[in-house]
Design a protein around this ligand. Structure first.
Ligand SMILES: NC(=O)c1ccc[n+]([C@@H]2O[C@H](COP(=O)([O-])OP(=O)(O)OC[C@H]3O[C@@H](n4cnc5c(N)ncnc54)[C@H](O)[C@@H]3O)[C@@H](O)[C@H]2O)c1
Length: 171
């Protein structure tokens, strides 16, 4: 709803809804993509890397910092994909990007303070996982699966599978 606000009846101060920008990045090494999981995720679910933007940062800086902090990789190129408002629990504006790393610079150092695990997944592995039915309706047996369709993470991963250009971004 455009122009949302609440006015305090006693002192007339206007309160506008708050929103925090979050970058969500799917990193590719040219043939594979990098997916990670936090210990709080449902069993077996892997997703793209996400993190809140810091004050004073551009989106590009936030992407490079988050990727470096979470998996120790240096982003070479990045490209905006799409955005989504994600209301719970923090009222986030999710800004989704594709990113690439330099060929040969693919060794992951998982930051265990932020992630439980991270790894490179092949095109076939990811395409197969996208075709699976939502595990929310099935028993979670711990096999690899992806966020549901409504999440921008799913759309970002699907775009990578469908568009080879997402793995080799222009300079
Ligand atoms: N729609 C999607 O596809 C999708 C995918 C991944 C994450 N998300 C959402 O994006 C958000 C961020 O993801 P994450 O994995 O970094 O989350 P997270 O919940 O793991 O947050 C990490 C930490 O960031 C810090 N932080 C910094 N600024 C904050 C702020 N403004 N509000 C709250 N915490 C803040 C907190 O210390 C928090 O513990 C979460 O709300 C998550 O639900 C949405």
């Amino acid at each position: 709803m455009a122009g949302s606000k609440r006015v305090c009846p006693s002192n007339k101060i206007i309160y506008y809804p708050q929103m925090a920008p979050v970058v969500i990045t799917l990193v590719s090494d040219g043939t594979r993509c990098l997916l990670a999981r936090q210990s709080s995720f449902p069993k077996g679910m892997y997703s793209a890397l996400a993190g809140f933007c810091d004050i004073g940062e551009s989106l590009e800086e936030a992407v490079r910092r988050e990727v470096a902090e979470e998996v120790g990789l240096e982003v070479e190129r990045l490209q905006y994909s799409a955005s989504q408002h994600w209301p719970f629990p923090n009222s986030s504006l999710m800004i989704a990007c594709h990113a690439t790393v330099k060929p040969g610079q693919t060794e992951i150092q998982v930051n265990l303070k932020e992630l439980e695990a991270a790894g490179w997944f092949s095109h076939d592995e990811v395409a197969t996982a996208l075709r699976k039915k939502s595990p929310y309706t099935q028993q979670q047996d711990g096999t690899f699966w992806l966020p549901p369709k409504l999440a921008i993470a799913h759309q970002l991963i699907k775009e990578w599978v469908e568009k080879p250009s997402c793995s080799t971004l222009p300079a």
